[in-house]
Design a protein around this ligand. Structure first.
Ligand SMILES: *[C@@H]1O[C@H](CO)[C@@H](O)[C@H](O)[C@H]1NC(C)=O
Ligand SMILES: *[C@@H]1O[C@H](CO)[C@@H](O)[C@H](O)[C@H]1NC(C)=O
Ligand SMILES: *[C@@H]1O[C@H](CO)[C@@H](O)[C@H](O)[C@H]1NC(C)=O
Ligand SMILES: *[C@@H]1O[C@H](CO)[C@@H](O)[C@H](O)[C@H]1NC(C)=O
Length: 126
């Protein structure tokens, strides 16, 4: 009983901390299409992607990426006093688990597309 409730407490704290936590990473722009969540999105929609490791370790993730609870969540990204909230629709495979991607329309909130990246953006899952 004691052990079971301690495990539950640890699991629920983990869940809360994953959702509330701020991350810092490099923002890049990506071309949406048929993504890991099973949606087909376009470059003019406000959509985002996270790393495969973040996606696959999100609480509730299973072998079926379409059913990942993160697909019902959004990325809240802030940088230089600006912010955007973009639906999470995909993951990317990279060795930088804290980076995030935004569709071109959403990326332009922070920088011209020709910049390619925006370093050190703050992001969380909301
Ligand atoms: C996360 O970052 C946002 C935006 O910079 C800030 O408003 C918020 O207080 C931070 N939250 C935590 C838990 O640090
Ligand atoms: C992404 O595409 C799906 C259809 O596959 C659509 O329902 C959803 O609204 C799109 N997301 C955004 C933010 O436009
Ligand atoms: C996000 O940006 C909007 C528009 O500039 C601003 O009103 C809002 O306070 C910002 N939110 C946060 C949490 O920074
Ligand atoms: C990004 O943050 C790191 C660690 O805080 C810092 O060393 C680096 O200079 C920052 N880069 C930019 C471009 O702000």
């Amino acid at each position: 009983m004691m052990i079971a409730s301690r495990i539950l407490l640890v699991i629920s704290c983990f869940f809360v901390s994953v959702l509330a936590q701020n991350h810092t990473g490099t923002l890049f722009n990506f071309a949406p299409g048929l993504g890991a969540c099973g949606f087909t999105n376009t470059s003019t929609q406000i959509v985002g992607s996270v790393s495969s490791s973040f996606f696959n370790s999100f609480p509730g993730a299973t072998d079926n990426p379409n059913k990942n609870p993160i697909c019902k969540k959004s990325l809240f990204i802030t940088s230089g006093g600006k912010n955007i909230t973009a639906a999470i629709v995909d993951f990317f495979v990279a060795d930088a688990p804290e980076n995030v991607g935004l569709s071109p329309t959403a990326f332009k909130t922070f920088a011209p597309l020709s910049d390619g990246i925006v370093p050190n953006v703050t992001w969380s899952v909301v």
